[in-house]
Ligand binder design. Structure first.
Ligand SMILES: NC(=O)c1ccc[n+]([C@@H]2O[C@H](COP(=O)([O-])OP(=O)(O)OC[C@H]3O[C@@H](n4cnc5c(N)ncnc54)[C@H](OP(=O)(O)O)[C@@H]3O)[C@@H](O)[C@H]2O)c1
Length: 276
């Protein structure tokens, strides 16, 4: 499978890294990237062919992955439109809906949309994937292979769920870092030094996640196992429940999903006016 990435930033680099680790040949990968420094880095790091501008030669591939910022997508779509023939297009741009992008590409039907997350940088990402109806099994498989190179993949039947995926796994790493930051600050306030505070939080998260994944038990059950009557954990959890931490997390995620819908609407309006 030959792949052309348009936009060679963080996410594209994570996917390329993953594909190469999984045995892809660097000769099958093209990257179109405007910034000279980024082109040089990609070439040195991965040995892939780099292009400064979109051209027929650059997009001569089985799959074109759109990895530019959402606001840059309408402009890229206008340039890409005359260069498409049978390529599968996979967009990882947050918020831009598949039907909108398809329209900007001249009602192009071979399109999938993905929502990855930043742990893709270490091969531990989680992506939601949605395809326009009518994509062949081979095309779906190709889209999945690209995202799976950076971690887990979840297929969605309804694109509206992409807003939920964005609020859960897309933004989710930030919630985890937020919690880790709070634990680090709390540990320092209890007198631990910076290195210990960081390590204890990180290892606790890592260990708890592994335990939850391996045991398969409900989270509430695993929580109960740490919470003896009248003990320290019970006291801590009482403080969190009283402060409404769990409820606030749910509200925060609902707010993120709402923002994702808003961005989708705004990008549609912006993109349509650009495409006119
Ligand atoms: N990072 C995340 O957590 C995350 C999660 C899910 C989805 N995404 C999506 O992934 C996409 C890429 O994100 P990123 O973090 O990798 O962004 P990024 O680091 O800014 O990478 C995009 C790159 O594409 C370049 N570019 C812009 N227009 C171009 C064009 N016409 N031709 C060629 N290259 C062009 C940009 O150059 P300039 O800097 O000069 O513009 C930049 O180097 C975004 O749409 C984002 O929504 C990101």
């Amino acid at each position: 499978m030959n792949i052309c990435f348009i936009g060679g930033g963080n996410m594209a680099a994570a996917l390329i890294d993953g594909l190469l680790h999984r045995g892809a040949d660097a000769a099958t990968l093209h990257v179109v990237e405007m910034r000279a420094e980024a082109r040089r880095d990609l070439q040195e790091r991965f040995g892939v062919a780099v292009f400064e501008r979109l051209s027929a030669a650059a997009v001569a591939a089985d799959v074109v992955v759109l990895a530019v910022k959402p606001q840059q997508l309408p402009g890229v779509a206008a340039q890409l439109r005359p260069l498409l023939n049978t390529q599968l297009v996979v967009s990882i741009a947050a918020g831009v809906r598949a039907a909108d992008l398809s329209r900007w590409l001249g009602d192009y039907p071979r399109l999938a949309r993905a929502m990855p997350n930043t742990p893709a940088r270490v091969g531990a990402g989680m992506s939601g994937l949605f395809a326009l109806p009518g994509l062949s099994e081979t095309e779906r498989q190709r889209a999945e292979t690209i995202l799976a190179a950076a971690g887990g993949v979840l297929w969605l039947d309804d694109e509206a769920q992409m807003d939920a995926i964005t609020a859960v796994s897309g933004s989710g790493p930030a919630y985890v870092f937020y919690f880790l930051q709070a634990m680090e600050e709390g540990a320092k306030a209890l007198g631990l030094d910076a290195a210990h505070a960081r390590r204890l939080g990180l290892e606790t998260f890592r260990g708890a996640c592994r335990l939850a994944a391996q045991s398969g038990e409900p989270f509430a059950e695993l929580r109960a196992q740490v919470t003896s009557k009248g003990g320290t954990t019970e006291r801590a959890l009482q403080v969190m429940e009283t402060a409404g931490v769990r409820r606030h997390i749910g509200e925060a995620m609902a707010a993120a999903a709402e923002r994702s819908r808003e961005l989708g609407d705004a990008l549609r309006t912006e993109g349509d006016s650009h495409a006119e």
